[in-house]
Design a protein around this ligand. Structure first.
Ligand code: IMP
Length: 447
């Protein structure tokens, strides 16, 4: 089975990292193909917790090649921080490869992300403010700075100058706005600093800093598409690890409340440099319930005590921003959409243990539009989705603590029936079930 793609099936934070970490045992290479440090993977191994934002989850397997593909946007400061953190934890990073074609998140991207959100006010998307959108925008505008540019100071300077120029107006407005906010909040405003650019945006400083990043990253920079081809052509298994998730997809998600890349399986081809024929299997990862961070439609969202209990029991706070996640019942209309869009072969269901003790369980099986029409499929029109109300199937709940279950047979009948219902409804087998954060707390289903 050469290429296996692993994607989020909901709005992110499904526990993909843990699934990748497990499947990585059978792979020779793990490749991230989109997103940036807006993602956050937590992997717990023998009680020790590891958090990654950029580095593929497979890094804990020191015998596997770990690749950051061309489709990823890389904040070099964050990447170097993660490399340093791993070194300190005694984990080697000699197997990490970074695509020379990946785009860099520059300091101005981060500032523009925040400025854009502030400007949108009530209409803001709730981004992670890591500069993801502005970086992908520059990529499309052909004003991006790529990893390979770090290795040539002259090119780097020319490109940063060209990229900065059209942003001057927005950045000037930002600096004025900041001065105003500082003054209003009683903070110190340096005399004569009006119009003085943020020191982080000084061309000379930025170039010097990035040349130094380049020196430090150079051992990892490679033609990563070629590395993927070599592994695939040798018949090795390569895992393509998606970040974020299907419903945050720029084209197929709940636009504009989405990320700026394509987290669906098809994007693995572009973001890693492989062909569709290289993909043999697609796995989706979904929580046994649903969560979402940031703004945007979420038909099964709960505003009651059950939602609160999901939040507390599931520790539903963002790995990247610490934000409280919105919680709700599993949405099978949306999941079936994600299954088809990614053409999934298998599902991993995580956090089943969180549902224990919640009473009867609900899963959305259709929506009803404001006009009363029955909607069996995920509506493409945003106004319909925004006002759709879910209709539920109620299933028996379970009270047992699942955290010690290690085989399918250890699960209470109601939990197995719940999984069976989900699998039948969306038409894909469930192959893994998570019952706790540790990698041992995972139950293989079927073969
Ligand atoms: P951005 O990707 O930072 O531009 O944020 C766009 C939207 O995607 C916001 O709603 C974020 O909360 C959401 N988002 C981005 N990355 C993740 C993730 O890894 N998990 C969950 N939501 C995310």
């Amino acid at each position: 089975m050469p290429g296996v793609v692993i994607v989020g099936a909901q709005w992110g934070d499904e526990g993909k990292g843990k699934v990748v970490d497990l499947l990585a045992e059978r792979a020779a290479m793990i490749v991230r193909f989109q997103g940036g440090n807006n993602a956050g993977h937590t992997i717990v191994r023998k009680g020790e917790e590891f958090k990654f934002h950029l580095i593929p989850s497979g890094i804990l397997h020191e015998d596997k090649a770990c690749v950051i593909g061309n489709g990823v946007v890389v904040d070099p400061r964050v990447l170097l921080g993660e490399i340093e953190g791993l070194r300190r934890a005694g984990i080697g990073v000699g197997n990490l490869r970074l695509s020379a074609n990946a785009h860099l998140i520059m300091p101005y991207h981060v500032l523009l992300d925040t400025a854009g959100e502030t400007k949108l006010g009530k209409l803001s998307i709730g981004t992670t403010r890591r500069g993801i959108g502005p970086c992908y925008a520059d990529k499309a505008l052909r004003l991006g700075i790529r990893v390979q540019d770090l290795l040539d100071e002259k090119i780097l300077r020319t490109k940063i100058r060209a990229a900065l120029e059209p942003k001057q107006q927005a950045l000037r407005e930002l600096s004025v706005q900041r001065r105003k906010q500082r003054r209003e909040s009683g903070g110190r405003v340096e005399e004569g600093s009006a119009g003085v650019p943020d020191p982080r945006l000084d061309l000379h400083t930025m170039v010097e800093e990035h040349v130094s990043f380049g020196h430090r990253l150079e051992p990892h920079i490679a033609d990563t598409a070629r590395l993927c081809w070599e592994a695939l052509d040798d018949g090795e298994t390569v895992l393509f690890e998606g970040a974020q998730a299907t419903l945050l997809d720029l084209d197929h998600g709940t636009y504009p409340f989405v990320t700026s890349s394509n987290p669906i399986a098809g994007a693995a081809c572009v973001g890693a440099g492989i062909g569709p024929g290289d993909i043999g299997e697609v796995w989706g990862v979904a929580k046994a319930y649903a969560t979402r961070v940031g703004a945007g439609p979420f038909p099964t969202e709960l505003f009651d005590e059950t939602g609160e209990r999901m939040l507390e029991r599931g520790h539903e706070f963002g790995t990247t921003t610490g934000r409280r996640r919105r919680c709700g019942w599993m949405d099978l209309v949306a999941l079936r959409y994600a299954v088809r869009l990614n053409r999934m072969d298998a599902l991993a269901i995580t956090k089943l243990d969180v549902l224990s003790g919640l009473g009867p369980l609900r899963v959305a099986v259709r929506y009803r539009s404001r006009e009363g029409a029955v909607l069996d499929t995920f509506p493409y029109h945003q106004s319909i989705l925004h006002s759709a109300t879910p209709e539920y199937e109620e299933l028996p709940g379970f009270d047992a603590d699942l955290s010690e279950c290690r085989e399918e047979g250890d699960l209470p009948q109601a939990a197995r029936d719940y999984l069976g219902f989900v699998s039948d409804f969306v038409g894909v087998p469930i192959r893994l079930v998570g019952v706790g954060p540790d990698r041992e707390q995972t139950i293989p289903v079927g073969n």
